[in-house]
Structure formats: C-alpha cells, structure tokens
Design a protein around this ligand. Structure first.
Ligand code: PLP
Length: 452
C-alpha cells in the first residue's frame, strides 16, 4: 500500500475509450417503447432529438467505444482528475478503513457532468446542428452543457426548474457567462409550459416539466437537438472515464476496493465510477460490494417500482423500463437538486434487478452533517448530491471502527458545493428539515403509470 495522499495521472493517461457495460451483461435491458405505438423505438424515432452518433451509442454492444480526438482535446482541460485518500477524514473518524475519493469537482463547471456534455456537443456540432436545448434542476447540467456548447460554437437554451432559478441565481449567471439562454420552467415560450402556467401561475416546476419544454423546442426545429445529462446509456458510457482512471489510480495506491459507493439521481456518476470495476469483478479480478445511495425524499430504487414510465411529465419521451416513482411525482424540495428525478437509468435499473449492486436511502440532514464533516477534514465542500455517498461512507467507516475491519472504500466526489452555500447555511443554523415521504404520495403517482 502506497503512503501517497493523491495519485495524479499524466495527461497521456486520459482513457482512449469509453467502456460499454452492455457488452458484458448476461441479458440486455428491455428496450425503450414508442409513447403512442408502444413498439420498441428505432433510430428514426429518436433522430429529431439526438444526433446519429449518440443514437448508435445508445444501442451499441461494442465493449469499448473510442473517444474522438476532438473530445480528448477538451477533456485535457481538467482530466485526468485526482484520486485522493481521505487521510484527514479517516483520522477524524478514528477508523481503520481506508477511504478514497475520485474528485470530479475540478472540471470547468464543477461536477462530473462535462464528461458527457462535451461529447454530446461534439457529435451534434459534427452533424451540423446549430442549437442544443436541455433542462436543468440544480444547475450543474445546464452549466456543463453551456460550457460544452461554447467550446464547439453551438447555441444553448436551458429550461431551469423555477424553484432553482429563484434559489440559485449564480448557477444561472454562470450559464449566461458561457453564452446560454436560460428560461425559468415552466415558461411561456413552450405550449407545455404555457398550459401548466395557465393552471398554476406559481408552479415551482420540476425536472419532468423542464424536460418536456426542452424536448418540445428541439422536436420543432431542424437545426436543434436535445441533450440529457443523465439516465440514458450514452450518458453513462461517457462517464466511465471516471472509473477507468480510478482503476489505474487505485492500483497505483496498491489497493483493490472492498466497497464502492456513489450517489444516484439518474445514475450517471455512480455508473461512471462503478462500471469499470464491475467489469473487473465479472472477470473475477476483484470482488467489491457496490452500493448506490439515494435521497429518502426521492427513493426510486428503494421505494419505486420497476415498470415502463415516461421520462418527462407531459409524456413526450419514449417509455423507459426503470425504477420509477411515477412521472407525475414531484419530490419535496431537498437541496440535492441533482437527485430529484422521478426515474432512474434503465440500464442501472436492469442491473439492480439482476442483483449487481445494492441501494440505500439517506435523509437530508445526515447528508449535510457528512458534508460538513468532510469539508472540515478534507477541505473540499461537497455538492449536496455526493454528501449522500459521504454519509454512507462515514457510516461504513464507523462500522469498521467497531469491528476493526480495514476496509478499502472508494467513492465519487462528483462535484463541489460552492453554489450551494446557502443550503449549508440553512443546515448550520438548524433550519433544514428531513422530509417524510408518505406512501400515499408514491401510490398516487404510480397510479398514473402508462399501460405498456
Ligand atoms: C447531476 C448531479 C448528480 C446526479 O446525477 P447522476 O446522473 O445520478 O450522477 C449528482 N451529483 C452532482 C454533483 C451532479 O451534478
């Protein structure tokens, strides 16, 4: 075992391929279905929304997908990212466990999201597309896509969930600095948004509504496509650069992981870290336990159902077989905005059904407590989303303290919390609440599941 604290890789060690776990699964996940015909969707159905190359990646079963030079050129701005041993946190906890975190907060927009925003913008630009539309909740995805569009000269239009638009003016400003146009969602510029505003002029919005707006605009213009920051296979594929680097770095530390922990909203940072390790596990080279952590206020794995559902509120998207709380479910306003999505990646949902990893849920306040503890020990203020993973890591490290076990724990610190300090303020002044999610709310939303 190395006595290093950080393993930094040379620029030449940026992975040259993304890893496609579809090549190694015992069975493929159920296909997306057309929202009206209920037949599996084909490339032509998706062409108004995504460029051909991303549609091909969505269904590809090639084990490795080469990363184009035009993408590597931009990845070099911040990749490889460091793998850091949390020695100060270990000491503060008094644990014999060894804790490692892959830090993705050093990207231009401060999270793992540019790992996929960059290739998505790249493939659209290469196909001659002029404008991308998207939604954003907490603002991390919108910022990442705005940054990526600026790199390739694309226009970028973002529908930002109203509640965040009002609470997080600085994320909005950052998107504008990168050149994007930002709308509060629901907005009057789409027919979906206008309809919702007519019913409730003060609607706080939701990710599902914002997706409907961005999809409506992209589907209505030839030179415009839509970009999604999580959930889809091609997004998870792009994020595997995280795990590929971490594999090499952890080996340089002289370690193999016993436990891998990640937070899950749509599942992309978790998959990005875990998939290359799952490949090694399937090949019999290591045997880590893998655990997803979701918020108790939006528990799609632990309390949702595995069924075909829409990805958005209005029902424009294909039906996806996934762990879902129902497309009409609007989660309570927890501060981990990136984890407030009713559904889950269909690929991860399928793997969860196959028993390839486990999932737990954590409450908001214990997560902020973990975030503060981590910041005081390690110096980095985590985004509210990865504090869910940190709460689990800390609980596990304390269990190791009881048992004396020297577990090797690996997690993804997928973003910094510099734009979330008002949430930390609320936690520190005791104003933050946990939300009890009554079963009726889940049942009500699940009653609106489409019949597949
Ligand atoms: C978007 C986001 C998430 C949630 O999305 P996943 O696809 O589940 O990773 C988590 N953490 C951060 C920092 C994010 O920006």
């Amino acid at each position: 075992m190395s006595d290093a604290t950080r393993i930094l890789l040379d620029e030449s060690r940026i992975p040259r391929n993304w890893y496609n776990i579809l090549a190694d699964l015992p069975a493929p996940p159920p296909p997306p279905l057309h929202p009206t015909t209920r037949e599996p969707v084909g490339p032509d159905d998706l062409a108004p929304l995504f460029p051909a190359e991303l549609i091909a990646q969505e269904v590809s079963t090639d084990r490795f997908v080469p990363i184009p030079d035009g993408v590597l050129d931009i990845y070099r701005l911040w990749r490889p990212t460091p793998l850091i041993r949390a020695r100060k946190l270990e000491r503060a906890l008094g644990t014999p466990a060894r804790i490692y975190y892959k830090y993705e907060g050093g990207s231009p927009s401060g999270s793992h999201k540019p790992n996929t925003a960059v290739p998505q913008a790249y493939y659209n630009a290469r196909q001659g597309i002029r404008r991308l539309t998207t939604e954003t909740g907490a603002g991390q995805w919108g910022t990442a896509l705005a940054f990526a569009c600026a790199q390739y000269g694309l226009a970028c239009e973002v529908w930002m969930v109203r509640a965040s638009y009002d609470q997080k003016p600085h994320r909005r400003s950052l998107m504008r600095v990168y050149g994007a146009t930002v709308h509060a969602s629901p907005s009057a510029v789409t027919s979906v948004g206008s309809k919702i505003l007519a019913e409730d002029a003060d609607s706080p919005g939701s990710l599902g509504i914002a997706i409907s707006e961005a999809v409506e605009v992209a589907a209505g213009a030839d030179d415009t496509r839509y970009a999604l920051g999580s959930v889809l296979n091609h997004v998870l594929l792009h994020q595997t650069v995280i795990g590929e680097e971490a594999l090499e770095q952890l080996a340089a530390f002289g370690e193999t992981p016993d436990l891998i922990v990640g937070c899950t909203g749509g599942g992309s940072n978790f998959a990005g870290l875990a998939f290359p390790f799952i490949r090694e596990k399937l090949a019999g080279r290591m045997n880590p336990l893998i655990r997803a952590v979701e918020p108790a206020a939006c528990p799609s794995f632990t309390r949702g159902t595995y069924a075909y559902d829409f990805g958005d509120t209005a029902g424009f998207t294909p039906l996806l077989k996934m762990h879902t709380l129902g497309h009409t479910f609007i989660p309570d306003p927890i501060h981990a905005g990136g984890l407030r999505y009713h559904g889950m990646s269909p690929l991860l949902s399928h793997m969860y059904e196959l028993g390839m990893f486990e999932a737990v849920a954590r409450e908001q306040r214990e997560c902020f407590e973990a975030g503060v503890r981590f910041a005081r020990a390690e110096g980095i203020v985590p985004a509210p989303e990865p504090t869910h993973a940190l709460a689990e890591v800390i609980a596990e490290a304390l269990r190791c303290k009881e048992s004396g076990e020297e577990k090797v724990i690996l997690t993804s610190l997928c973003g910094h919390g510099h734009f979330d300090l008002s949430a930390y303020d609320r936690y520190l002044s005791g104003e933050l609440e946990d939300f009890r999610l009554p079963q009726e709310r889940i049942d009500d939303a699940l009653a609106t599941l489409p019949r597949a």
